[in-house]
Design a protein around this ligand. Structure first.
Ligand code: ARG
Length: 595
């Protein structure tokens, strides 16, 4: 997979009209001076700093290239840059030759004022709008969704929202497993149960029980096995009655999936279904086109492609099986057809596959074949947004007490129950119907946030107590910061909108830090998008909540010394709540106004 191209980010940053992020602005401001000294474009390398607001490190690498002393290069750059006092109060050359920068209060105040006046709260729109297909969730028909599907659904949905937020065109695709040989036995089991009973079993979400019973019969009973085989042939041959039974299985399963999506509060609907069966008619074309390109070879009776550079443990080339000896197609064939469909029919410029890490090699082989075949051009991205496993307290794969796969619907219901109990403890006066609503936002928010807030490629431990805690990097802590601000305005009887015209004063260090943080929402969203890593945005929101907490501890708001100070602080409160609300929203998490 190509992943993100490092250069795209720099371009994105430099093409924007308005930038809230002060670090990017500083880089843009210093760029011409660096270019003049370097005799060509160089990155000023502006980074956050522990000692100041920012650090400019670009002179170090440049000095090496020019064979000069870094401090000499810095002096030249700053000389050419000239008066920067409108932006920074202090530019200190330090260490071997980096510059510590402290931004001017007035600059920060004006920036935050302008940023918060924009609908996107300072987050720059994508300068080039691209069409993204996001492939996510993708459970299998007549099988319980497992926690891997939960992760895919949560991460994929957050990515869809983030990309949409900056203006990209996003097509959601739910590539459900709704085709293949297991449908022979599943349909025969359906016939045995009778359609009504089978529909009931699937409708209440006992997908695993259904699947296991079908498999058990398939293995134990030769007559059943024969029926299942004949049924696969009928299904592939398009026999109308078989197709109708198949459709029943698909419909009952998607009903259950929709129930889970509803609980999870994600964007997926039936319109987003693009299951494996959708590509059936394209499969012969895949074979044809590969054959015409001379890429198809015969190996052990099957038709395969050998993508360059893939070998097995013995060092032999690894085949991607396109058509098996019996004429049947594979998961891989479907995925190749899917690439063709996305590029040629949908017009996708980038496809994100939000799929567990174990499918990395499969997807790499699909990409390799698609590129060689010319179905994916050089500027089309195909990215595997991989993720690790969800572990139980014992650090093994999360299982239910009986050892079976965890039922997602009951897991989510438990989250809401637990949140309900937590709020009852915190706020016993809340009315029942309101508590029920808030419990949903907090319980589901907690599950989503605990998934999104850790680096997606790593495994994480599913821990009820931690995810529902009102302390630490959790959804309830962030939601609480938001609700608290709403309550400040309620207590004061002040309309939130009424303070939005204010240009704040940033005298206290906590006011200044909070303003600086608000301005970094822009960079945080872009950072999360660039790396397809929602946890980067989570970290930002957590820092924002922490900065708000210390601001609120040190700076009286409603009892401020003067009206103008009170308004300035109310502006910072309102801005924090808006950024928190928008940030959580792009992660797919709601912010209650009371909790
Ligand atoms: N249904 C598959 C599974 O449960 C995931 C499909 C992912 N998407 C794809 N285009 N292969 O493992």
């Amino acid at each position: 997979m190509t992943g993100t191209k490092p250069s795209s980010r720099v371009q994105v940053r430099q093409n924007r009209d308005f930038m809230a992020d002060p670090l990017s602005l500083l880089a843009r401001r210093l760029s011409p001076a660096f270019a003049a000294v370097a005799g060509g474009e160089v990155d000023p390398v502006v980074r956050p700093s522990e000692h100041a607001d920012a650090q400019v490190n670009g002179a170090l690498a440049l000095a090496k290239k020019l064979g000069k002393q870094p401090r000499e290069v810095v002096a030249q750059v700053l000389d050419i840059a000239g008066d920067m006092s409108d932006m920074c109060t202090d530019l200190q050359v330090a260490g071997p030759g980096f510059v510590n920068v402290v931004f001017a209060e007035k600059f920060l105040a004006e920036q935050v004022h302008v940023a918060m006046a924009s609908e996107a709260l300072g987050v720059a729109a994508a300068p080039v709008k691209r069409k993204y297909v996001v492939d996510y969730s993708a459970p299998n028909v007549a099988k319980e969704m497992h926690v891997g599907h939960l992760r895919s659904t949560i991460i994929g949905d957050a990515l869809v929202r983030m990309l949409t937020f900056v203006g990209h065109i996003v097509v959601r695709e739910n590539h459900i497993g709704d085709w293949g040989t297991p449908f022979g036995m599943l349909i025969e089991h359906l016939v045995d149960l009778g359609e009504a009973d089978a529909a009931h079993e699937l409708g209440v979400g006992d997908l695993d029980g259904f699947y296991k019973e079908a498999r058990r019969k398939f293995e134990a009973d030769d007559v059943f096995k024969e029926r299942a085989r004949a049924r696969v042939v009928a299904l592939q041959g398009g026999d109308p009655d078989t197709l109708r039974l198949w459709k029943t299985l698909v419909n009952e399963s998607t009903k259950y999936f929709n129930h889970v999506y509803g609980l999870l509060d994600v964007l997926l609907t039936d319109d987003d279904l693009a299951g494996e069966s959708k590509y059936n008619t394209l499969l012969p074309q895949v074979v044809d086109r590969l054959a015409k390109l001379g890429m198809l070879v015969e190996s052990d009776g099957a038709e395969v492609v050998f993508p360059a550079g893939f070998t097995n443990r013995e060092g032999d080339p690894l085949p991607l099986i396109i058509r098996k000896g019996d004429g049947g197609y594979n998961y891989a064939t479907t995925d190749l057809a899917c690439v063709i469909d996305r590029v040629e029919n949908i017009g996708a410029e980038a496809s994100l596959y939000v799929v567990g890490a174990p499918q990395a090699q499969h997807l790499q082989m699909i990409e390799s074949v698609s590129r060689t075949a010319g179905w994916l051009s050089d500027d089309a991205d195909m990215v595997h947004v991989a993720f690790g496993s969800v572990l139980g307290a014992d650090r093994k794969m999360l299982k239910s007490r009986s050892g079976d796969a965890v039922k997602l619907a009951s897991l989510l219901e438990e989250a809401v129950d637990r949140a309900n109990r937590a709020i009852t403890e915190k706020n016993p006066e809340m009315a029942d119907d309101q508590r029920a609503q808030v419990a949903k936002m907090i319980g589901i928010g907690a599950v989503k946030y605990s998934d999104l807030s850790s680096d997606r490629v790593k495994d994480y431990v599913f821990d009820w107590d931690r995810m529902l805690s009102f302390e630490g990097n959790t959804a309830p802590y962030l939601q609480y910061a938001h609700a608290r601000i709403c309550s400040i305005f309620r207590r004061a009887g002040v309309e939130r909108e009424s303070v939005r015209h204010v240009v704040p004063t940033l005298d206290a260090p906590q006011e200044r830090s909070l303003a600086l943080r608000l301005l970094q929402f822009d960079a945080a969203v872009w950072d999360a998008i660039d790396k397809y890593s929602p946890h980067r945005l989570c970290t930002y929101l957590y820092d924002l909540a922490s900065d708000f907490t210390s601001f609120y501890e040190h700076c009286p708001v409603l009892r401020a010394e003067s009206d103008s100070m009170r308004n300035s602080r109310l502006f910072l409160c309102d801005s924090t709540a808006r950024v928190m609300n928008a940030g959580l929203a792009v992660l797919g998490i709601r912010s209650p106004e009371m909790m």
